[in-house]
Ligand binder design. Sequence first.
Ligand SMILES: Nc1ncnc2c1ncn2[C@@H]1O[C@H](COP(=O)(O)OP(=O)(O)OP(=O)(O)O)[C@@H](O)[C@H]1O
Ligand SMILES: [Mg+2]
Length: 457
Amino acid sequence: MAVILVIEDKESMAQMLSQALQAEGHQVIVARDGREGLQKFKESKLDIIVSDLKLPHKSGLEILEAIKEHNPLIPVILMTAYGTIETAVKAVKEGAYDFITKPFDPDHLIHLINKALEKQRLVTENLILREEFAKHLKLPKIIGKSPKMLEVVEKVQKVAASHTTVLLLGESGTGKELFARAVHYLSPRKEEAFVAINCAAIPRDLLESELFGHERGAFTGAVARKMGKFELADKGTIFLDEIGDLDLALQAKLLRVLEGEEFMRVGGTVKIKVDDRVVAATNKDLQAAIAQKLFREDLYYRLAIFPVTIPPLRERADDIPALVEHFVNYYCKELKKELKNFSPASMELLVRHPWTGNVRELQNCIERAVILTDGPVISPEHLGLRVKELAEAGLADLPMEGSLQDVSSMATQFAESRMIRKVMKETGGNKTKAAEILKVSYKTMLTKIKDYGIENP
Ligand SMILES: Nc1ncnc2c1ncn2[C@@H]1O[C@H](COP(=O)(O)OP(=O)(O)OP(=O)(O)O)[C@@H](O)[C@H]1O
Ligand SMILES: [Mg+2]
C-alpha cells in the first residue's frame, strides 16, 4: 500500500481517482488546489504525488519544483490536457516521473503509479546500497551460548519489536555493530533501510551534512542537494556508531531530532521530519565524558533508555570454541582452502588468550592462521599470539587486564616458555633431556615447545 497525494481541482475527477486508487489498496489524500497540495505534501508522509498541471493558486510545474526541492526522490506524475502536453514534456525534463494525458483510463494511471513506486524503491535501495551497506544485507549469524551472551541476545530480541532507542555499550570488537543490525532485522522495520554512520570516521565539518543532508551550494563543494542519513533511514533504522565522538554542537542538533523535532538540511530552509528508529553505540565511557563536559547529559539520557552492554570476550571464554569454528569454516571457504582443524594445544591457547581486541581480534587471528597453514591442522605457531613475544619481554610487561584467571594463565605461560627456552639452550636442544629436567613427559614437552613456538636454540 502506498500513500498517494492527488492534486486535482475538478471534483468529479478527484473523486473518480480516489475511488480507483483506494480500490487498489492505496491511501489517498486529495487537495483541491496548488497551495493546499503543497500544504498536504509538507504535513504528510507520502509515497507518490499525482497532480493536475493546471491548477488554481499554483501550477503543476511550481508544485513539482517545490516538491523536488524538498524531496528529490518522491515520484510526481502530472495529468495534462491536450493543450498542455508541451509543458508536461518540460516537466518530465525537470524531474517529473511521467505524465498522462486526459482523458485516461484509471488502469493506465495505476500502472504508471506501480512502475513509479517500484522504481523509487530501487532508487532508495540503491542509494542505501551504495552507502557502506552492500556487504551485510542480511543479518550475520550471532555466535555464543554463554550465559552472558544469551542475556544480551534475549534483551535485544525483546527490545527489537518496539520503537525504543537502544544504546549498545562494549569494548572495541565485541559485536556492537552486529547487534545493531540484529535490532533492525528483528524489528517490524526489517524491510526498510538500515543506515549506519560512524561518527568518529567523518570529519566534523562533513558530519553534519552526512547526518542531515545539505542543499546545493550550502558550502564549497556542495554541487548538488544531498539527503542525509536521517532521511535515508526514514521508516527504518539509523545506527549512530561511535556516538561518544560526536562534538557538542552536533550533540545539540541530534538531541532535538531525537526529541521528535524537525530539522533542516545544511544550508536549507525546508523543515524535514523523519521517522527513524535510533540505535547508538560507543566503546567510550559516556559517564566520564559527561563529567568532563564532553558529552551532554540530556542526550545521554535520551539515548540510554535501553542500554545493552556486550561483555568482553575474555569474560565469556566458553564462546571461543564456537566462534573459532565459525570463523575457520568461513575463511577456509572464502580463501578456497581445505577445511582445517585446530590442534588441542592451539585451541587451548585460543581459549586462554585475553583477547583485548575481542571477537574482531579473534576473527583476524583465525584468518591469518588459515592463510599461514598449508596442512590440515592449525598449530600454535600459526596463531601468532603474544605468548611468544612475551617470552622475550620481562614479567613487568605482562598485560594487567582481564580476569584474575587470565592474568595468572598469562604469567604461567610466560614463566613456562622462559624456562623451556632456558633448559633447551642448556641441553643443546635435547628434548628428552629437557623433559627430564623439567619433570614432564616427552609428549608434554613436545606440545609445549610447539605451543610456545620455541625453535631449536
Ligand atoms: N557473537 C558473534 N558472533 C559472530 N561474529 C561476531 C560476534 N561478535 C562479533 N562478531 C564479528 O566480529 C567483528 C567485530 O564486530 P563488530 O564490528 O560488531 O564490533 P564493534 O563492537 O562494533 O567493534 P568497534 O567498537 O571496534 O567498532 C565483526 O566481523 C562481527 O561480525
Ligand atoms: Mg563498530
